[in-house]
Design a protein around this ligand. Structure first.
Ligand code: SF4
Length: 321
């Protein structure tokens, strides 16, 4: 069956603020799934708590709106239970890099084959604009009584050192580019992280659409305009690991790039390592037939609904490892 873009949309009323960057991310996810022709019933979309948490309500796939900071445990659990599903987890920077930061780091250690998208706007939008972990030190948005006293987290660097194997950034108003990045993240065999710069016009009056889309006049050639946002691949940046020996160099290159901010901001793929073993492959190495007969396909109850699950064999196997 051919699926159209409209097949990935729901009728649920969307109450995000007018002009919110979330709309661009929502459209990009729907377009990515449609372009890749992934049947809606093969996708499970998980969200945490925040404005972004409503995303699964608007996308016609399996949708699970979970708890604050806990989206990754839910999403990883679903993938390990049914490795045939395409799993996408979404959340805000407050959700994933504040209360959820421990899960973020530990997800990197596992490299489960799924995609995590953070809507990065620097504020806790749903609760009236408090400073979130990506807001820079000293910034005072209109929602704050005083400038931010905490230094910010660099999510790209954190993802790299945590072990994510595909790390990219998009901008919510460049839907074509963001869609392409999301598609590559979904196709990557391993844990992909996509940081999306997402203006929150209601509470963050500094990192606005106008700010991200501003230009500077080139000091050496006044006829040239230098855009604040630029695409990594257009400047011949290559974060792809083609040989394991390249990993340290590519990691330091990506971290260096991720530190660029204010004057110029890169978007695109910072780092990609297709060769790292996934968590599912590690389990398959330990439990025979795990991938062909994963937990979600096993019969777990009798006709009366009582459990027939027997984990003795599994425990015996684990004892021998
Ligand atoms: Fe978007 Fe900000 Fe409104 Fe939330 S509060 S819906 S992030 S504009």
């Amino acid at each position: 069956m051919e699926y159209k873009l409209s097949d990935y949309k729901t009728e649920v009323h969307n109450d995000w603020c007018p002009g919110c960057g979330d709309f661009g991310i929502l459209n990009s996810i729907q377009m990515s799934l449609s372009d890749l022709k992934i049947p809606p019933h093969d996708v499970a979309l998980f969200s945490g708590i925040g404005c972004s948490g409503k995303t699964p309500h608007f996308i016609h796939t399996y949708g699970i709106h979970t708890l604050h900071g806990r989206v990754l445990p839910f999403a990883q659990g679903a993938k390990l239970s049914n490795p045939n599903l395409k799993i996408i987890a979404v959340g805000g920077d407050g959700d994933g890099l504040g209360i959820g930061s421990g899960h973020f780091v530990n997800a990197g250690r596992r490299n489960v084959n799924m995609t995590y998208i953070i809507y990065n706007n620097g504020v806790y939008g749903l609760t009236k604009g408090q400073a979130a972990p990506t807001l820079k030190l000293g910034m005072k948005t209109k929602s704050l009584p005083q400038p931010n006293m905490n230094d910010s987290i660099n999510p790209i660097s954190l993802a790299i050192i945590s072990g994510f194997t595909f790390i990219a950034r998009g901008y919510s108003y460049d839907i074509k580019h963001l869609k392409d990045v999301i598609k590559k993240g979904i196709l990557h065999n391993g844990l992909s992280y996509i940081d999306v710069l997402q203006p929150c016009p209601t509470y963050n009056d500094i990192n606005t659409k106008e700010w991200y889309q501003s230009y500077e006049i080139d000091k050496e050639d006044s006829s040239k305009k230098i855009p604040k946002i630029y695409k990594l691949d257009e400047e011949n940046y290559n974060g792809f690991v083609s040989d394991e020996n390249e990993i340290p160099h590519k990691i330091s290159l990506a971290i260096e790039k991720s530190r660029e901010w204010e004057k110029r901001i890169p978007i695109g793929i910072f780092y990609q390592n297709d060769k790292a073993i996934t968590y599912e492959e590690r389990i398959e190495n330990r439990i025979e037939n795990y991938l062909s007969n994963p937990p979600a396909k096993q019969i777990i109850n009798d006709k009366e609904g009582y459990t027939i699950a027997n984990i003795d064999n599994l425990l015996d196997k684990l004892k021998t490892v």
